[in-house]
Design a protein around this ligand. Structure first.
Ligand code: GAL
Length: 401
């Protein structure tokens, strides 16, 4: 309690001397709490970036596709921008364990085995992720789950050179999730390899409130679908957990749909901008071997990626709503503020972000960097006003002078 009071007093002193007004402190303490309780495996100091097979391929995966995706990640330049995890989702393993109870790769689709694949991916300076389940079978029912096999499976993952585990929650046998996720977390810690732990229990048991000491990220929602209604609903559902995210542990509103074809380019730009602002994992979900120029341009925007990877690690939030016109914002390192003006309505609209709602003193003058056009407007004061197309957004970083 005393520690908490001291913390608040220090924070007050700090903020009363800066241009950031007291809107963020109300949100900041839980971040500090989450930091203290974070899983100390040194991973996820910024949200994870990479690719996952599920949104585009579902169960139609094989080792050739995974190798080609790793090649494309490097050849497209995405790897250099920070996308380094190549994550295989459900359906990579054989239906049955071997005679010693070990998980084995599906012999028809992954005949070379997981160690071979990990070596290939590591040879490209990338990392390999796999998928497992905290129940008796995985969600597609195609693979064995790890319930009761946590130590053995974690050791298998480590021996293959796996760097990331997404851990789902189907066929839970009526058991509560916390102990099962904690068991796998401990098993990974004891496995002899540092493995990123991504919890996937769809936000059902409010994992934001307990998972920061268990894993490096936790899903806050059900599965995203490749359409505007799903993406916007998921952004809203994830928003209420903002204060629980921080370096080492992130809210996960599910993987990106950018490039899968169900949304317009502007809708995908909104999707990517909001995911970046809210410190969501940036896990590409399309087939990057054949992505369009528009898709590549969105996924490659270094300004937007830098907001997501900012070392302060504070999740941005919806701070203003006027019908379908919204302002989302969050603090960045160096006293800067990231802002998204988001028009969710069906007509072009004017959106004004007032300094008071984004956490700046009224007198503060900023340079406004438009992250999508790369233009900088100098000496903006009091508010930021822009016209925004339907289902589009404009994203800025404001730097106080
Ligand atoms: C779901 C999960 C998805 C995907 C799928 C695979 O439970 O939320 O992201 O992993 O299972 O079966």
């Amino acid at each position: 309690m005393e520690e908490k009071l001291l913390f608040r007093a220090l924070l007050f002193l700090l903020l009363s001397t800066s241009s950031v007004v007291a809107i963020w402190p109300e949100r900041s303490p839980p971040v500090a709490v989450a930091r203290r309780a974070a899983l100390e495996n040194g991973l996820g100091r910024t949200p994870q970036m990479g690719w996952n097979s599920w949104n585009h391929f579902a169960c139609n995966i094989n080792e050739d596709i995974i190798r080609q995706i790793a090649d494309a990640m490097v050849d497209s330049g995405l790897a250099k921008l920070g996308y380094d995890y190549i994550n295989i989702d459900d359906c990579w393993a054989a239906y049955d364990r071997d005679s010693q109870g070990n998980l084995v790769a599906n012999p028809s689709t992954f005949p070379s085995g997981m160690k071979d694949l990990a070596d290939y991916v590591h040879g490209k300076q990338l990392k390999l992720g796999v998928y497992g389940d905290a129940g008796s079978r995985t969600c597609s029912n195609n693979m064995p789950g790890s319930l009761g096999y946590e130590e053995q499976d974690a050791k298998s993952f480590a021996s293959w050179g796996v760097d990331y585990l997404k851990y789902d929650n189907c066929n839970d046998q009526g058991l509560s999730p916390q102990p099962r996720y904690i068991n796998m977390s401990k098993a990974l810690t004891n496995s002899g390899r540092n493995i990123f732990f991504s919890l996937c229990e769809w936000g059902v048991n409010d994992p934001a409130t307990w998972a920061s000491s268990v894993g490096n990220s936790w899903r806050t929602t059900g599965d995203i679908q490749d359409n505007w209604a799903s993406m916007t609903a998921i952004a809203d559902a994830n928003d209420k957990w903002a204060s629980y995210a921080g370096p080492g542990g992130w809210n996960d509103p599910d993987m990106l749909e950018v490039g899968n074809g169900g949304m317009t380019t502007e809708e995908y730009r909104s999707h990517f901008s909001i995911w970046a602002l809210v410190k969501a994992p940036l896990l590409i979900g399309c087939d990057i071997r054949s992505m369009s120029n528009d898709t590549k341009e969105i996924l490659s925007n270094q300004n937007v990626i830098a907001v997501n990877q900012d070392k302060l690690g504070v999740q941005g939030k919806k701070v203003q709503q006027d019908g379908d016109q919204e302002v989302w914002a969050g603090p960045l390192s160096g006293g800067r503020i990231a802002v998204v003006l988001w028009n969710r309505g069906s007509d072009e609209a004017s959106i004004t972000a007032s300094w008071s709602s984004i956490g700046l003193n009224a007198s503060t003058i900023v340079d406004a960097h438009n992250l999508w056009t790369d233009e900088v407007t100098s000496s903006v004061q009091g508010e930021l006003k822009e016209t925004v197309d339907t289902h589009a957004c404009k994203m800025f970083v404001l730097t106080p002078k």
